[in-house]
Design a protein around this ligand. Structure first.
Ligand code: ADP
Ligand code: ZN
Ligand code: ZN
Length: 736
């Protein structure tokens, strides 16, 4: 027997791969039962906020067990039909619970049931009377003093609820300050203000014109385009002019950028060009601001939406164009929970919205190159740097027999001296922060290791701490060897901090700037460091991959890459691709028209074929060779992968037992053509005290893999051995 409709099919946040049926709330107007509205439902003993996905005529749930929804939270859908479709597609492709997919899609405040209202973000600012008060004088009211001080220092003179510490009952304090007439309440608009001045677009070179025209021709239909052009070749200019065309046609543009690429400089460039409000969605945004920008985009009030990974889920009233800048960047893949690729979802969204999707990169992913090679994407090449700047010259430095000084070989030091004397700047790239990756006892060979991970602790000399870069554990640097009591503990190997220190000795008075996660932790620190370099106050830059994106250093004439060997010998088959991309991206930061750059790469593998391909033939030749290797080895993009991961505290036994049973089920279900490899322990077996194992599924044909994953994922939910571990399914994993 079944219950007759209307039945609400609701995506409820839960780890189960299904929708849940509910009766409408008592007295609900049937006209308001629109897919895309939020519904509060009873679920076990909780009352979560779900999303109404569909309304059915009947339910298979026995009448006695069918529960009634508690309330409809919206009068109009917050999730438009196209995003419901995108979410359904993603839940199917990633074999992820639809409730969790929709949770990811919604801004946090909407997940929590807040009203979907476009409005300014409430904020507080000092009145004239408030500005006249000296906070130090308020010794009897320390919290009032604290707020006055914060308001005095706040950017724009305003604080929003997101800026305030959660622990204090600051609302009461603010009320007191408002009552005293020292503080007033206001509303801050959530969109970046419309530009005042416009810059004039440059005349495009022929390759750029062809690219802009190709995007324009694709208007109104789905067409993926791969914009392949070295750094400085004018890709961003192509985006800007293609966006201008879309805006002129009354359409909106969605621009996705890597996490590290959404800098004030990037936003400023858009703002200088377009006299329209921008919706900027980045990770530092307060929740109210995010909600406001999200809703404004959905109502078409923001012609340009620019954001990182999750911005792919921003609703658009009049979509016209989607751009994914630096499409190869790993930050487009979410690495936990719902493991989606924003780049790939941007393409699906483009298909659903019938708009062109531009993927841009100086170093396209092998996946995208193959898609272009097989004609699925239209490839647009910008072969030259805009303004005809010269390409940098590459040189491999064999350091096998070199006497390194803090990681720097004599020929590199000599080259640095030459460039500095000639008035140039130098950029050194080392993808390892801290002072040294290892602390070792010279007496007995003891090494400082993390207690919770299979990893060594990194020495951070300036902070006087040993830190684990995998779990965040830290401790003071011991004075004595815990094993033998010896006092001769020595740092082994180089991190950016140590190189910075060594450079200070070699080039006194030149000004060295270090750019890594440690030196840029404070807000605005990155901008200050970069400004110092661009103004010429600092002439040597040393840093991690944070230097590889977003910034251009026209004064840099020499780029030194201190250690590429790690990338050539990793167990991960993507390591070579990543290393090549980093080298090209870092090299691309340097030089300008009148000063061709030089790139020096230190290596102990001067004959490595991938390195030779890269420096002699550029990224193109490297990519062709790497693709041939992948094809021969049966790896992506020529096969499809999925990884089942499992972890548990206490030991490998439970993760392995669970994955053994998964492997058994997979083999039983598998069609011919899906290979089941493992389980094996993860590359880092133990992390943060948890033991980790994985099972790899490979199929030459994507469809075969998904035909297996569908039923397998449902079986995993019910497996007894799965209760004892934390497991996840990663489709198209970036890290294997
Ligand atoms: P990319 O995004 O490929 O790194 P950009 O679009 O940032 O390249 O261009 C690099 C530099 O060249 C920028 O300063 C940009 O203003 C300038 N530029 C781009 N296209 C042109 C052009 N057609 N004429 C003159 N300058 C250009
Ligand atoms: Zn010792
Ligand atoms: Zn650790």
């Amino acid at each position: 027997m079944s219950v007759a409709g209307p039945i609400l099919q609701v995506a409820v946040p839960s780890p189960l791969r299904r929708l849940f049926d509910y009766l409408p709330p008592t007295g609900a107007d049937p006209g308001l039962l629109l897919p895309g509205i939020r519904v509060q439902v009873p679920f076990g003993r909780t009352r979560p906020v779900g999303v109404l996905v569909a309304v059915a005529a009947a339910s298979e749930v026995p009448p006695g067990r069918l529960r009634r929804a508690l309330a409809l939270l919206d009068r109009t859908p917050v999730v438009p039909p196209v995003l419901l479709e995108l979410a359904a597609w993603a839940a199917g492709y990633y074999h992820h619970p639809p409730g969790e997919v929709l949770q990811t899609l919604l801004p946090v405040l909407l997940r929590q049931g807040a009203e979907a209202r476009v409005g300014g973000v409430p904020c507080w600012r000092l009145t004239a009377a408030g500005r006249a008060v000296a906070p130090e004088g308020l010794t009897r009211a320390p919290r009032q003093a604290e707020l006055l001080r914060r308001l005095g220092e706040a950017a724009g003179g305003e604080l929003t609820p997101d800026d305030l510490p959660e622990a204090t009952d600051w609302r009461a304090v603010l009320r007191t300050l408002v009552d005293k007439g020292w503080v007033e309440r206001g509303e801050r608009p959530c969109l970046e203000a419309a530009a005042v001045g416009r810059d004039t677009p440059p005349a495009l070179n022929p390759a750029q014109s062809a690219a802009v025209a190709a995007v324009g021709e694709a208007a109104g239909r789905f067409q993926p385009l791969l914009l392949d052009g070295v750094t400085g070749s004018g890709k961003t200019e192509v985006y800007l002019q293609a966006i201008a065309t879309a805006l002129a046609a009354g359409r909106q543009a969605l621009v996705l950028v890597p996490e590290i690429g959404l800098t004030p400089q990037t936003v400023a460039r858009f703002r200088r060009r377009f006299a329209v409000p921008l919706a900027v969605l980045h990770s530092g945004l307060g929740e109210r601001e995010r909600l406001c920008a999200w809703l404004a985009a959905g109502r078409g009030e923001a012609p340009i939406v620019i954001g990182t990974r999750s911005a792919v889920f921003t609703p658009l009233a009049r979509p016209g164009l989607i751009i994914v800048d630096e499409e190869h960047d790993a930050s487009f893949k979410q690495q936990e929970g719902f493991r989606y690729s924003a780049r790939d979802l941007a393409l699906v969204r483009g298909r659903l919205e019938r708009v062109p999707v531009v993927l841009g990169s100086a170093t396209p992913s092998l996946e995208s190159l193959r898609n272009a090679g097989e004609g699925r994407y239209r490839r647009l090449v910008l072969p030259e740097r805009a303004g005809a700047a010269l390409h940098p010259r590459f040189r491999l430095l064999d350091i096998r027999a070199a006497a390194l000084d803090e990681g720097l070989s004599p020929p590199l030091l000599a080259a640095m001296g030459g460039h500095l004397d000639a008035g140039g700047q130098v950029l050194l790239f080392l993808n390892r922060r801290g002072f040294a990756p290892t602390l070792i006892c010279h007496g007995c060979g003891w090494v400082a290791e993390c207690r919770r991970c299979d990893a060594r602790l990194t020495l951070h000399a300036r902070a006087g701490r040993l830190r684990c870069h995998h779990c965040g554990a830290e401790q003071p640097v011991p004075r004595q060897c815990p094993a033998c009591g010896g006092l001769d503990l020595r740092p082994l190997g180089q991190g950016t901090e140590r190189v910075e220190e060594g450079l200070g000795r070699h080039f006194p008075g030149v000004g060295v700037v270090r750019v890594d996660r440690d030196s840029t932790r404070r807000k605005g620190a990155m901008e200050r460091l970069i400004d110092g370099v661009q103004a010429g106050a600092s002439r040597i830059l040393v840093g991690t991959q944070m230097l590889a994106k977003g910034h251009h250093f026209p004064g840099v004439t020499l780029v030194g890459i201190l250690d590429v060997d790690g990338g050539l010998f990793s167990a991960d088959f993507r390591a070579g691709e990543r290393m090549a991309q980093l080298i090209i991206q870092v090299a691309g930061r340097a030089g300008r028209a009148d000063r061709p750059g030089e790139v020096v790469i230190q290596t102990r593998q001067p004959d490595h074929p991938l390195l030779i391909d890269l420096i002699e033939g550029g990224y193109d030749r490297f990519a062709r060779a790497a693709l041939a290797e992948r094809a021969a080895a049966g790896l992506p993009p020529y096969t499809s992968l999925a990884l089942v991961r499992a972890e548990a505290p206490g030991g490998m036994a439970r993760p392995l037992a669970f994955l053994e049973s998964v492997a058994e089920r997979a083999r039983a279900l598998a069609l011919a053509g899906v290979q089941v490899l493992g389980p094996v322990s993860a590359p880092m077996e133990r992390r943060a005290g948890r033991y980790r194992a994985q099972l790899l599924l490979i199929a030459p044909r994507r469809a075969d893999l998904h035909a297996l994953l569908g039923p397998l994922a449902l079986e995993l939910e019910g497996m007894q051995s799965g209760r004892a571990v934390r497991w996840s399914l990663d489709v198209d994993p970036l890290e294997t």
